[in-house]
Design a protein around this ligand. Structure first.
Ligand SMILES: Cc1cc2nc3c(=O)[nH]c(=O)nc-3n(C[C@H](O)[C@H](O)[C@H](O)COP(=O)(O)OP(=O)(O)OC[C@H]3O[C@@H](n4cnc5c(N)ncnc54)[C@H](O)[C@@H]3O)c2cc1C
Length: 347
């Protein structure tokens, strides 16, 4: 049995990109899969809840913190586990940096995740909300996910087809929320694949030319940096959890209603309806980039990013969230849904 090092009363704010929230009652840093599993069992034996933490780039911790075990997944390792003429399968440990993994794939000339460059966080968190950007989602390349099943107390492999992936959703954050701890993820990437240029902003950069994977990676990172969507300690606008709101997907009737009010509403076809940019809704509800409410604010570079302007409490961030939601509901009668995960007591 492994010897776990348990720390007590550890501030969680520095372990998140938003930098808000109170302490964890207990914190364990797990560097091996066995330690992750052992830590989960320890929490269960102690009759306390367990929170799995990656790089904290998609969570908002309550001001009172987390009254249980926070298990920080710090496992590492990337290996090739199979290949054929067209594809290579790579398995990455849950604690690996996502962007390191993307960089390695691009360096090896493997296509499929290049547009997901610059996204903060760990590999293990990517299936949770089916991470996506600039026309790619991890669901397009995930082959399977190795998990610890906390209900059955054993390790399982879940094929991508059984992960229930859709826009910012999977079984891991919906129907089976909290049941599975991701230990590693296997991606099937294309040899000599062409990069995906599905996004207007990206296409404009290349003006009809056909760029390589590395050029696309660099372009994505530079577009993201201009919006403070890469973590940069020198950039106060990047003290966020990325997009705080999902783009609402509405039905035809609702879309007609909005269009009758505002014929200029932008929209995109989605598998289950019509997607409207949340940023457009916010900007057209009287709010704007750089808007501040105390120590919380809207990023000056990205309408969807709520930022900690320095020393903010979670309560201040949530007050701003609620204000934005109310304005959008008042103006368009649309409810904005939050993207990041709320952790602990929010009071
Ligand atoms: C500047 C910025 C830009 C961003 N841009 C994007 C973007 O373009 N697209 C996008 O989709 N997201 C984006 N995000 C959100 C975030 O980066 C992703 O959701 C990322 O995958 C979270 O990884 P993490 O390791 O930080 O997870 P955490 O924030 O630590 O955890 C997030 C959730 O996943 C769970 N979790 C984490 N690891 C595991 C595991 N091993 N097993 C089970 N559950 C786990 C946690 O319990 C929690 O519920 C952005 C965030 C920031 C700060």
């Amino acid at each position: 049995m492994s010897q776990l090092k348990v720390e007590h009363n550890v501030s969680l704010a520095p372990l998140t990109t938003l930098g808000v929230g109170g302490p964890a009652r207990h914190l364990i840093e797990a560097f091996r899969e066995e330690d992750v599993i052992e830590a989960v069992r320890l929490a269960k034996r102690s009759d306390l809840p367990a929170l799995i933490l990656g790089e904290g780039s998609n969570i908002v911790v309550g001001d009172r913190g987390y009254d249980g075990y926070v298990i920080r997944v710090m496992t590492s390792g990337i290996s090739e586990i199979g290949s054929d003429a067209e594809t290579v399968s790579l398995t990455a440990a849950a604690g690996e940096s996502w962007d390191r993994f993307v960089s390695l794939a691009v360096d090896r000339g493997l296509a499929g995740i290049e547009c997901l460059s610059g996204i903060p966080g760990t590999v293990g968190a990517t299936p949770i909300q089916n991470v996506g950007a600039y026309g790619q989602e991890v669901s397009q390349t995930i082959e399977r996910v190795k998990c610890f099943d906390t209900e059955l107390d054993h390790v399982v492999e879940i094929d991508a087809a059984d992960c229930g992936f859709s826009y910012r959703q999977s079984i891991f954050n919906s129907s089976r929320h909290g049941r599975f701890i991701v230990l590693s993820v296997t991606f099937r990437l294309m040899r000599n694949g062409r990069p995906v240029i599905a996004y207007k902003e990206l296409a404009e950069r290349f003006g009809g030319k056909s760029p390589g994977l590395a050029e696309v990676r660099d372009a994505v990172i530079s577009i993201r940096a201009a919006k403070s969507m890469v973590i940069d300690k020198e950039d106060p606008n990047s003290r966020s959890v990325g997009s705080f709101f999902k783009n609402p997907v509405i039905n035809e009737a609702e879309f007609d209603r909005i269009r009758s009010m505002r014929p200029d509403v932008p929209s995109f076809a989605a598998p289950d309806g019509i997607k409207i940019p949340a940023a457009w809704l916010i900007e057209n509800s009287g709010l704007h980039k750089g808007f501040a409410m105390g120590r919380a604010g809207i990023s000056s570079n990205h309408t969807l990013a709520l930022i900690n302007r320095g020393g903010a409490s979670t309560a201040e961030i949530l007050a701003l969230r609620d204000h934005i939601r109310e304005k959008v509901a008042e103006t368009f009668d649309i409810e904005l849904r939050q993207e990041p995960v709320m952790v602990g007591d929010q009071a």
